[in-house]
Design a protein around this ligand. Structure first.
Ligand SMILES: Nc1ncnc2c1ncn2[C@@H]1O[C@H](COP(=O)(O)OP(=O)(O)OP(=O)(O)O)[C@@H](O)[C@H]1O
Ligand SMILES: [Mg+2]
Length: 269
């Protein structure tokens, strides 16, 4: 059975603004076919970076959003029953290993540990994937690479990777970009003026200081992009900020009013 690789190819260059030397580091890891783990808060650019690298390396990208109900069969594949009998269907991990894709397991800590271990033989020197039910041992294509990401912030002790999983990966730590760069990203991504984008970043910066003091997470770059898009639509900036930056992230009335006040100050009311 042949697989159409083209459907997994990223055709147009994703917009990605580098924060440091992450492109060169990832390139070197890929050249060595080292598995990579990317850690960082929500909405800071992890997925965008992986898409950009897949495009730059000209590899197909297969992304799996992990969750706690996911089983090893969801990754590896299963027999399906149809009119003619049973038929094996590869899961996304198997497809990626066969075609030499970059396989991206997003929010890997959400998966149960007994699911996560299926990636072990693919992420060490063996580079193989045993399909136990089918009795087949898949040798990974030479171009295959594994990348995982997660947000260490949400993690409870119950939701951590085993050391034996961690120690099969190289790691990159991501965070929100520094102010000027983040404003540039928001402006380029949305077409808003850099000055407005800069004001949005200012609000995010003050909110990020509240992390651990009433806020679980700071305001992400993703939410700044949302706010900028609302403003571009003609929504009054303070209303846009309340809708995109504050109200989604907290149910605490005091924190909300602190942040609403910060918005008023930044937009000069
Ligand atoms: N360095 C960057 N270059 C370009 N756009 C960026 C960058 N960082 C963040 N963004 C913007 O922020 C948005 C969110 O980024 P992304 O989806 O990659 O976050 P994430 O880290 O994968 O978050 P999550 O953990 O929630 O999946 C992107 O859609 C993009 O608009
Ligand atoms: Mg993501």
């Amino acid at each position: 059975m042949s697989i159409d690789i083209e459907q997994y190819r990223i055709r147009t260059e994703p917009y990605y603004e580098a924060q440091g030397d992450e492109i060169a580091l990832y390139q070197a890891a890929y050249d060595e076919r080292l598995p990579v783990m990317i850690k960082g808060p929500t909405g800071c650019g992890k997925s965008r970076f992986v898409e950009y690298m897949a495009w730059k390396l000209d590899r197909p990208l297969i992304t799996v959003a992990c969750n706690e109900d996911m089983t090893a069969s969801d990754l590896v594949g299963r027999y399906l029953l149809d009119a003619t009998g049973t038929r094996w269907l590869d899961g996304p991990l198997t497809t990626a290993a066969r075609i030499g894709a970059i396989c991206y397991l997003d929010e890997i800590v959400e998966a149960r540990q007994d699911t996560t271990v299926v990636i072990h033989p693919l992420t060490d020197h063996r580079r193989t994937l045993p399909l136990d039910k089918k009795g087949e041992l898949v040798d990974a294509h030479p171009d295959f690479q594994m990348v995982i990401s997660y947000n260490p912030g949400y993690q409870s002790l119950m939701k951590d990777l085993k050391q034996s999983t961690k120690q099969r990966f190289s790691a990159m730590i991501f965070d929100y970009p520094e102010s000027a760069l983040e404003a540039g990203i928001v402006a380029t991504e949305t077409g808003t003026e850099t000055e407005t984008a800069g004001l949005l970043v200012k609000i995010a910066t003050s909110a990020r200081n509240l992390k651990g003091h009433g806020l679980d997470e700071g305001i992400s770059t993703r939410l700044l992009v949302y706010a900028a898009r609302l403003i571009k639509r003609g929504i009054e900036p303070r209303a846009a900020c309340r809708m995109a930056l504050v109200d989604p992230i907290t149910d605490d009335a005091d924190i909300r009013s602190t942040l609403h006040h910060a918005i008023d100050v930044v937009f000069g009311v």
